[in-house]
Design a protein around this ligand. Sequence first.
Ligand SMILES: O=C1O[C@H](COP(=O)(O)O)[C@@H](O)[C@H](O)[C@H]1O
Length: 232
Amino acid sequence: MAHQMKTFENGSALATDLAETVASALSAAIGRRGEATLAVSGGSTPKAFFEALSTRTLDWAKVKVTLVDERFVPEDNPRSNHLLVKTHLLKNEAAAAEFVPLYRPEATIEDAARTASGIVPGMSKPFDVAILGMGTDGHTASFFPGGDHLAAALDLTLPRRVMTMEAPGAGEARLTLSFSALHDAGLLAVHIEGTEKKAVLEKALAGTDEQDMPIRAVLERAQTKPEIYWAP
Ligand SMILES: O=C1O[C@H](COP(=O)(O)O)[C@@H](O)[C@H](O)[C@H]1O
């Protein structure tokens, strides 16, 4: 599938543009249905985008925010993606949004995935907006190379759900939305920064093995054409 690549002078310009685009998409969804859903990634890249989005004026009380993926750690853990979103997005205007976490304090990660699958918005219909990141190993969400449930996570014939994932490069066990829950978002963006990640993206675009570089599933098979946001 063809993708669209938007290149910016720096991360700040990218953050401003992406925040504007996401805010417009959320407002349009609220206008159509009276509510909007947003799935965001964790990691280090989205901080400036989150800060910019948090100041955008829209009816945030009608927006449900969740994560594309999460470590199986509680919210006060410094590696929690929930903590990142709470610190950088759920404030200013966006403080009124409802956050629906993937992490659940259950006995096992499988129990947490089951519980989250029944609660997370976007599990019954497409997200209005999904923002993906990408690691230098070609993972996106928690679709890691070598992941124990990678094939099932990328299988579009399987239902939308929250899944567990363990992989050599993932650190903690992960919770991740399935590709089936992400690929048809109204707006599907891949946000990457830096020359190293651009090279990784070019490598991904030049090949086809999704087990080696799971981002390829998004680039090739997502129903919604992904918009790639890149800044040096
Ligand atoms: O582990 C993760 O990494 C990716 C990329 O993170 P970054 O720090 O390189 O920006 C992220 O998209 C994903 O949500 C996160 O859990």
